[in-house]
Design a protein around this ligand. Structure first.
Ligand code: PAF
Length: 293
């Protein structure tokens, strides 16, 4: 696996791969890799002939009071995991390479970026969209892979790609979970043993809502009450939001009938975790639902 630190060299390598008619897949990450990231790489390996991963802890997507400086950085073990997974090139630029002196252009996806995560983390999605746009410009992959745990991020990147006529196809991959249901996240590393146990409350709350839906409940308020009741039972949990939203607009729904998400953001101690359940009718117009944890 070649490790690439400069944009010029990454562009050259990607250009060469395209010239050889290779199908190029990009897996952007901030490192601290877990099985969720590795599932993205595996999917890219199945669908592409050249797989490029990036590790860049993007300062522009962290707020001033967020965890940029203490975000887990595990470059050596990440490198090993990517090598073992068969990644061809790893782009690992310094911040000054991505944001040189005088950098002043940003990508803003209006509307979608202001709700939920955007409300709690102002400027977050502007930072995400900008860095992802740059990575897509640099590599120009056929496919770029993102995890559905960050459902709003994936939706915003898909919207950006559509609005700005990007050639890369955005592929959104299922959430990977621990055996007890906790969604894989680099931030799980912040949890102590007691918090780690408490963190399963996100999955437990989603599961309770799923059971209600399976029993025929469609009223969003009733589902929200169930979520809150479960979450409030956990002493270490402080709810930021628990909403039932339309999967396209990310606006709250009153009654669940179209493809939707139940989205959660919950502090466990000081660690903010997110999770979601994607729900869609089994067939258009059908009242039977499919659940994607
Ligand atoms: O999901 C992440 O790890 C980051 O938000 C991403 C997409 C790599 C952009 O920095």
């Amino acid at each position: 696996m070649e490790i690439i630190h400069t944009i010029a060299w990454m562009k050259e390598q990607a250009r060469q791969a395209r010239a050889e008619n290779r199908i190029v897949g990009l897996v952007p990450t901030m490192g601290a890799l877990h099985r969720g990231h590795l599932a993205l790489i595996e999917r890219a390996k199945r669908e592409c002939s050249t797989v490029i991963a990036s590790i860049f802890v993007n300062p522009k997507q962290f707020g001033p009071k967020e965890d940029f400086s203490k975000y887990p950085r595990t470059f050596e073990s990440d490198k090993e995991k990517l090598e073992q997974a068969g990644v061809d090139s790893l782009l690992a630029p310094e911040a000054a390479e991505i944001y040189p002196q005088g950098f002043s252009s940003y990508v803003q996806v209006d509307g979608l970026s202001e709700r939920l995560e955007g409300r709690s983390r102002p400027g977050h999605f502007r930072g995400v969209a900008t860095v992802v746009m740059k990575l897509l410009q640099i590599v120009q992959p056929n496919f770029a892979y993102f995890g559905r745990k960050d459902a709003q991020q994936s939706r915003i990147i898909t919207q950006m790609s559509r609005d700005l006529n990007l050639d890369s196809e955005i592929v959104v991959c299922p959430i990977v979970r621990e055996p007890d249901g906790l969604a894989m996240s680099s931030r799980n590393a912040y949890l102590n043993a007691e918090e780690r146990k408490a963190a399963t409350v996100l999955h437990r709350a989603l599961d309770a809502a799923k059971n209600e839906l399976a029993a025929g409940v469609r009223d969003a308020l009733q589902l929200q009450t169930t979520l809150r009741r479960k979450l409030d039972c956990e002493r270490l949990a402080t709810v930021d939001y628990a909403e039932i939203i339309d999967s396209e607009s990310f606006e709250p729904v009153v009654r669940l009938s179209e493809p939707s998400y139940i989205v959660l953001a919950v502090f466990i101690g000081k660690t903010r975790l997110i999770d979601n359940l994607y729900i869609e009718p089994k067939a258009p117009g059908s009242d039977e639902l499919l659940f994607h944890f």
